[in-house]
Design a protein around this ligand. Structure first.
Ligand SMILES: Nc1ncnc2c1ncn2[C@@H]1O[C@H](COP(=O)(O)OP(=O)(O)OP(=O)(O)O)[C@@H](O)[C@H]1O
Ligand SMILES: [Mg+2]
Length: 186
């Protein structure tokens, strides 16, 4: 077996759930590391976006922060729902647009799902930074709107709408834990 084949086989082994998608990404070159710190992945359906979220979930750790950025309907909530499902959350996950933060604690790890789109309409201080240290996972939709209070170490995911069912995910890890995670699952 050539070295290249061994690399592919190892990659596939690490891909817990969706081996087929990995082959697809690899063969079509839709997944490529732009530089050491940024990954670009294109998904062609909601299911493929869910696969991506589930792969990232498989490397979760306490106090993990995932920052989602992207236009209306780009797939931020789809990503969050799939992550929650993989975490074992059985509640119906809906976008917390009006209450900003939703907390789920009936699974392996707590999940704090935030949608800060309307944060400027809310008068009280919601203490968002405190959630980064509650030993759960924080997923923040529209995180770019609160960039000044985001932790330095985090996973940034920018979603671009390419077409009706295609989305480009630009994933940037900040900090060694997130860099290691990306190396393992992307
Ligand atoms: N490749 C894809 N990945 C994710 N969603 C997709 C994809 N293709 C089509 N879709 C559709 O795009 C929509 C994404 O909706 P979603 O609620 O996740 O967007 P959002 O980014 O959370 O928007 P908002 O900012 O309004 O909260 C869904 O209807 C989903 O079915
Ligand atoms: Mg949403």
């Amino acid at each position: 077996m050539s070295n290249l084949t061994i690399v592919w086989v190892n990659k596939l082994k690490k891909c817990k759930i969706y081996k087929k998608t990995c082959i697809y990404f690899c063969i079509n070159g839709t997944m490529n590391m732009v530089n050491d710190m940024q990954y670009k992945i294109t998904t062609y359906s909601e299911d493929e976006t869910m696969e991506l979220a589930q792969n990232i979930e498989s490397e979760k750790f306490p106090n993990m922060v995932i920052c989602l950025e992207g236009d209306l309907g780009s797939g931020k909530t789809v990503f969050a729902k799939a992550f929650a499902l993989a975490l074992g959350i059985t509640d119906n996950i809906t976008s917390p647009t009006f209450n900003i933060i939703k907390e789920y604690d009936n699974a392996e790890m707590k999940l704090f799902h935030m949608d800060v789109y309307r944060l400027s309409d809310i008068k009280q201080d919601l203490g968002i930074p405190e959630y980064f240290n509650k030993r759960g996972v924080c997923i923040i939709e529209w995180a770019d709107l609160i960039e000044d209070i985001l932790p330095k170490n985090r996973l940034d995911i920018k979603i671009k709408i390419l077409g009706e069912e295609s989305r480009q995910f630009i994933i940037t890890p900040h900090g060694s834990k997130y860099e290691d995670l990306c190396e393992r699952v992307l």
